[in-house]
Ligand binder design. Sequence first.
Ligand SMILES: *[C@@H]1O[C@H](CO)[C@@H](O)[C@H](O)[C@H]1NC(C)=O
Ligand SMILES: *[C@@H]1O[C@H](CO)[C@@H](O)[C@H](O)[C@H]1NC(C)=O
Ligand SMILES: *[C@@H]1O[C@H](CO)[C@@H](O)[C@H](O)[C@H]1NC(C)=O
Length: 193
Amino acid sequence: MLSYTKFLIILAVAAAAPISGDSATNNSSEFIRRSCAATLYPDLCCSSLAPYGRAVQQSPAKLAVAAANASLSTIKAASSRAAALRRSSGGRLGAALRDCVDSLGTAAEQTRRSVAEMEKLGSPVVAGGPAAEAWRVSNAQTWMSAALTNEETCLDGFDGGLPAAKAVLDGVRRAKMYTSNALALLNVFAHGR
Ligand SMILES: *[C@@H]1O[C@H](CO)[C@@H](O)[C@H](O)[C@H]1NC(C)=O
Ligand SMILES: *[C@@H]1O[C@H](CO)[C@@H](O)[C@H](O)[C@H]1NC(C)=O
Ligand SMILES: *[C@@H]1O[C@H](CO)[C@@H](O)[C@H](O)[C@H]1NC(C)=O
């Protein structure tokens, strides 16, 4: 019969295997590539997250945060572009741009909140056990998904037909791809817990 101690050792080895692995699996580029396969835009995911390999190591939580950080940067860039064009626009275009800047501001705030929830995970200051952690992860998913909706709201406001806003719309579509990837990586992390 298996002794209890041996049983514990087997458990510990099984639990450690995916983390330590061999040199081929302890490879953050490889980890990022595998994780990005679960996103809608894997090439963009890999190229945008490659610079964070060292910070991310093999942590799905840190990868999700890095993706959210990257997404926040693209939202800010799109928002600045929309705000700049708005200053020289009136009428229907000006109104759509104003609403878009509002939506992107909300999306940026929601992305920050999502990151804040993720960064509290594992912090001894906000202990509360697995239930509290699950609640935080679920909040992070909700905020990120709300950010995606706000990016869509911005795009919908242009009704597809305002050529002067093309550069703005391209920037928002790009931000939406980043947000979609960040949400997918967050979902991967949530399901793997
Ligand atoms: C992966 O390897 C690097 C250096 O080779 C090491 O610093 C790091 O702790 C390893 N990470 C894991 C998760 O094994
Ligand atoms: C890590 O993986 C990448 C891509 O699969 C590969 O090109 C690279 O050589 C690997 N590095 C190490 C240290 O194994
Ligand atoms: C994400 O951004 C926050 C705030 O700028 C920073 O403190 C954190 O280190 C970043 N995390 C990653 C994994 O890039």
